[in-house]
Design a protein around this ligand. Structure first.
Ligand SMILES: [Zn+2]
Length: 338
């Protein structure tokens, strides 16, 4: 379904904070169970924290609690650590029990690696942890409406052997073209939209999803939607959930790549045709790529969606024909508005 992408980062931060709180609470409850069994451990913890404070107080030259020298405090701290270790060992408690069990020990679930001081004048700024980078990609997939099994539809898995041997050279060209298209979308240089036509089962969805997956992995915003999901969106407008409708529509206008899968043969209303035309026009005017797949012939496209849409798709888009019987490689490059 078409959901808002704007709030993804906020949601992510909220999710991480909640998870951090949860993991800390889990640690706290493990800890209080252990402290109940071995009260001395709780005393050690409190003392260690006081000793740490006194060390800081000494450095700041403010009154201390224990009236000990720096060396005495350090020695005491070591003694307390040794006593703690011995107690844990005697009770066969893994010291990890008292630590937070981070999902990502590298960034402690924050998603960020601390700034690194590399020299007197060089501080490397905080960097994203790999776990955050992956989470962003996962969010983009979810926001794109690319479901789990579709993430596996990659160019690497495009299996040419499923095609009849006489079609394989042709399909190899299609895949090569798709790869080029995908890498241009990933780089943000692809301006023309793409119409994938051809019979059912020729790999149109696979090809468009593979392109979408490359784009998402490159951190591009992608929206994958079927024609029936588009109709669902328009229905929101009819039933006056105006805000949700506008939000969904805005995503179709703004995403780096949108993929409209399976433009069907049912004749559409004037309103639907107008909305579809507006989206196509908006994307073409701004040189923002859109992929449309359909098994309709040019005539059927015109019959179902009207001559204006058919003309935009057939003349304004690059057209890739995946025909079953009569396989031809037809690729037309036309600029918008020609
Ligand atoms: Zn991490």
């Amino acid at each position: 379904m078409i959901t808002s992408i704007r709030s993804l980062a906020t949601e992510r931060a909220r999710r991480r904070e909640a998870r951090i709180r949860q993991l800390e609470q889990e640690r706290d409850s493990r800890e209080s169970a252990i402290f109940q069994r071995i009260p001395r451990l709780a005393e050690i913890k409190a003392l260690q924290s006081e000793v740490g404070l006194d060390l800081a107080r000494l450095m700041l030259r403010v009154p201390t609690r224990f009236n000990k020298s720096f060396e005495e405090l350090q020695a005491w701290s070591l003694e307390l650590s040794a006593e703690r270790r011995a107690l844990l060992e005697r009770h066969r408690i893994n010291p990890d029990e008292l630590d937070v069990r981070w999902d990502c020990p590298i960034c402690k679930n924050t998603g960020w690696l601390q700034p690194e001081v590399a020299g007197p004048d060089t501080v490397h700024p905080a960097k994203k942890c790999q776990c955050l980078i992956q989470e962003e990609i996962d969010d983009l997939y979810r926001a794109a409406g690319i479901a789990g099994h579709m993430r596996e539809q990659t160019f690497g898995r495009f299996d040419l052997t499923v095609y009849p041997s006489e079609d394989r050279d042709y399909m190899a060209k299609v895949v090569e073209y798709g790869k080029g298209y995908a890498s241009r979308v990933a780089k943000g240089t692809q301006e023309e939209s793409l119409l994938l036509t051809g019979d059912v089962g020729r790999g149109k969805t696979f090809l468009s999803t593979a392109i979408g997956n490359v784009a998402v992995e490159a951190h591009r915003t992608v929206v994958y939607f079927t024609f029936s999901e588009f109709l669902d969106l328009l229905r929101l407008h009819k039933f006056e959930d105006e805000e949700k409708y506008r939000e969904g529509l805005q995503r179709l206008l703004d995403a780096d790549l949108i993929i409209l899968d399976d433009l069907g043969a049912e004749k559409v209303t004037e309103f639907v045709a107008q909305e579809l035309f507006n989206i196509i026009n908006h994307r073409m005017n701004r040189s923002m790529p859109m992929i449309v797949s359909t098994n309709l012939t040019p005539q059927e496209l015109a019959d179902a969606y009207g001559p204006r849409i058919a003309s935009r798709l057939l003349n304004g888009f690059e057209v890739l024909l995946l025909r079953g019987d009569d396989i031809r490689w037809i690729l037309r490059r036309r600029r918008a508005h020609q």
